[in-house]
Ligand binder design. Structure first.
Ligand SMILES: Cc1cc2nc3c(=O)[nH]c(=O)nc-3n(C[C@H](O)[C@H](O)[C@H](O)COP(=O)(O)OP(=O)(O)OC[C@H]3O[C@@H](n4cnc5c(N)ncnc54)[C@H](O)[C@@H]3O)c2cc1C
Length: 503
């Protein structure tokens, strides 16, 4: 059932078994998974059913460090469904190596392996509007869609599945509205998490509306699912009893912020003309009504371990016909290559068959305590201190990108798959400009040791026995795959845990 927080009397205390803060990919998934159980669930959402500028302004934040590619106000959505209202739907599970403690990657290692998460990944596929739970190239290859013949000990072929994209706030709205045990309070912004006098449990949440009312929610357990930056911000803002914020005894909250740095069009490949149009594999192609797949190249785990690199993925983007013609006109090397192609390819009028491609990459950022979310003195419309994101990269990040680009380039040559040309803006790292997901990870990291993590393997806070955290803020490392499929898998896993614990 949907309720409007404006109709809750100021000063009142609402009660529930479980309170969830935020209705994005993480929070809505937990709520849906617990719909129909005996638990009374209260889902608090800062926005309404549609976007509005005043609520969106609550996301305003400062940026320092490596230039971030867009304002934080613009790269998240603050209404029912959260940022799934604007995501692009690219999905891939994390690779098994991403869960390992790796030499050369300080702070790496999840408390469990990929196999442990597989059953929830399989369920998450449906939630995200995807196809079968398989990401191996062979499963999606066909007569006219063959992966590039790379040496799999150096470069592995795989796929991303791309959802329609599934807008969680739209497609799951009716279902949530019909769930008798779930109440969604819209326009309800959580301002503070307040502990019991002993300080080891959450007592209640302080909630406000932009119209000026304040009320409280008391629950047996709470799931904080406000997104990768707001999860940290809310804990830091809750400093009434703990001056450095909640769950922050070991100065971890807000630290280890990670993105997936993207390098767009870092190089060009002139794919060796194949017998069939194997380019179709790396083009986006539908595999159902709601889902498409696109091939990707991933640096092989053996190579990552040997070179102590982070995970790195590249996708191939065919030139448009216009780009092919322009390149052939302006550039001698391109001209020669175009001349060497079979005649029908040279004359292709309705778009090239995919023999000239741009390379785009997204790669893993190393966990780094100096890359962090803190608070500044500037306040939002509810009087809350705004967040500052200081995005910091390490030498390992830059070395990964440099070596992975070279490795990929050489692999095209070794296997006679194509001729690679590095874009001149990417010769030196000083000239690189990064885009990002936007994917916000790591700020309340998971670790079994309370000195190294904010939450334990069950996403339960080490410091507060009835506070759980959902979303990519708990990721100890982020791999090179987009995070939402993993967020949903982890949220389903958390819901199972909560049902077992609270019911
Ligand atoms: C343009 C864009 C493209 C993207 N493309 C992809 C992609 O292709 N693949 C992919 O995997 N990921 C993608 N993402 C990232 C994806 O959207 C996020 O990973 C995902 O939505 C995060 O889920 P979440 O529930 O943690 O946070 P969100 O979805 O951001 O939800 C957080 C919710 O919490 C609410 N909230 C915040 N603060 C409070 C508060 N104090 N009180 C109450 N409620 C609060 C917000 O209103 C929001 O509804 C993209 C993101 C953007 C912006």
């Amino acid at each position: 059932m949907f309720l409007d927080a404006h109709n809750v009397e100021s000063g009142r205390t609402l009660e529930a078994d479980l309170c969830i803060i935020g209705s994005g990919a993480a929070g809505l998934t937990v709520a849906r998974a617990l719909a129909g159980t005996s638990l009374k669930v209260c889902l608090l959402e800062s926005g309404g059913l549609d976007p509005d500028a005043k609520t969106q302004d609550l996301y305003d934040a400062e940026l320092t460090g490596v230039p971030y590619f867009m304002p934080l106000r613009a790269c998240r959505q603050r209404y029912f469904g959260g940022s799934t209202n604007c995501w692009t739907g690219w999905c891939r599970p994390l690779d098994p190596i991403d869960f390992e403690k790796r030499d050369g990657v300080p702070y790496s290692g999840w408390p469990f392996d990929r196999e442990h998460l597989d059953p929830w990944y399989a369920q998450a596929q449906k939630v995200c509007g995807l196809n079968a739970y398989t990401y191996e190239a062979e499963s999606w290859a066909g007569k006219d869609a063959q992966p590039l013949p790379m040496d799999p000990t150096r470069v592995v072929s795989g796929v991303f599945q791309v959802s329609a994209p599934a807008r969680f706030g739209t497609i799951y709205r009716a279902e949530i509205n019909a769930a008798a045990n779930v109440e969604v309070l819209l326009h309800a912004t959580v301002k503070e998490l307040v502990t019991t006098p002993g300080g080891d449990r959450l007592d209640h949440l302080k909630v406000a509306t932009l119209a000026g009312s304040t009320f409280y929610v008391k629950a047996r357990a709470t799931v904080l699912a406000a997104g990768g930056i707001e999860n940290a911000r809310l804990l830091l803002l809750s400093d009434r009893t703990h001056t450095s914020g909640l769950c922050n005894e070991h100065d971890l909250v807000g630290r280890y912020f990670m993105e997936h740095p993207h390098l767009y069009r870092f190089g060009t490949v002139f794919v060796t003309p194949p017998k069939n149009d194997r380019g179709a594999f790396y083009r986006l192609r539908p595999v159902g009504k709601q889902c498409s797949v696109i091939g990707t190249l991933i640096i092989a785990p053996e190579e990552l371990r040997r070179r102590k690199l982070l995970n790195f993925t590249a996708t191939l983007e065919p030139f448009t016909s216009h780009e092919v013609r322009a390149a052939a006109k302006e550039d001698e090397v391109y001209r020669d290559i175009v001349r060497s192609l079979p005649l029908p390819w040279q004359r292709a009028r309705h778009g090239p068959p995919g023999y000239m491609v741009h390379l785009n990459s997204r790669f893993e950022q190393a966990p780094n305590p100096e890359s962090r979310v803190t608070l500044v003195d500037k306040r939002d419309a509810l009087g809350q201190r705004k967040a500052r994101l200081h995005w910091a990269l390490t030498d390992t990040d830059y070395r990964t990108a440099t070596e992975a680009m070279q490795l990929l380039g050489r692999e095209f040559g070794f296997t006679d798959t194509g001729r690679f040309r590095l874009d001149e803006n990417h010769y030196r790292r000083e000239t690189w400009t990064f885009a990002g997901g936007p994917h916000h990870m790591g700020t309340t990291r998971m670790h079994n040791d309370p000195k190294q993590g904010v939450v334990d393997r069950n996403c339960k806070s080490h410091a507060l026995s009835n506070l759980y955290i959902a979303g990519s803020s708990v990721f100890p490392t982020g791999g090179s795959a987009n995070p939402t499929l993993t967020i949903v898998a982890m949220a389903l896993r958390l819901a199972d845990h909560l049902e077992g614990t609270l019911a």
